[in-house]
Design a protein. Sequence first.
Length: 257
Amino acid sequence: MRAGGGDPIREAARLLAERRNAVALTGAGISVESGIPSFRGAQGMWAKYDPMEYATLHAFLQSPRKVWEMLTEMVSVCGGSMPNAAHKGLAALEATGVVRAVITQNVDGLHQAAGSRRVIEYHGNMEELVCVFCWKRYPTRERWIPGAVPLCDCGEILKPNVVLFGEPIPWLAQEQAEEEARICGVLLVIGTSAQVSPACDIPRIAKESGAAVVEINPEPTSLTATVTDIHLRGSASEVLRSLGKLLQEPGSGPQEH
């Protein structure tokens, strides 16, 4: 069901209007316009910090103070960011019943700040700190001070409650995400190339379960030629704004058969 010679954005809007059972899978690209750098690319976090040196559970357990050099930057950037038009556009689509859930690989909490209610945080959230020794949890704002390394009451160094390389995805988030992929009518893949496992399985699960996969990315990804049905090129905010306008046009509601 790949888009043919017609207008791909109108075809995507038609699918969303007819099925009204969409789920969004979002990645770092949707938050770039909020001032949060992506991890990959010349300006990404991994260009500055080697992920094998700074972003693995082993690295944290071996040298937590060193890893907090990177985490301090992440907490500062995420804490000072605001939702952009793309986050708000998805929240609006949820409010009108077009989108049923957002599965996000991001840890910035911007979907919730924009008003999305059903958000599955696949990689956790920077707003909470956890002790990897006694598992006590704290709101980040209560324990973290810029320039300092936060400590648990037990004396150990806290880490943000996010998934580092070498850690499993929280089982409930993975279970919920895969179930949403199985039952959705349209999967919107936004701002991610879905290369990191096991998040990379979500588009495949949706596709094999009969969903249309609509990809919103500025450039083609590994998904484009293999899984994607419709590729909408452009920034997430521009594309979602256009989709929102088309879905408000007369006759864009669910079709009678």
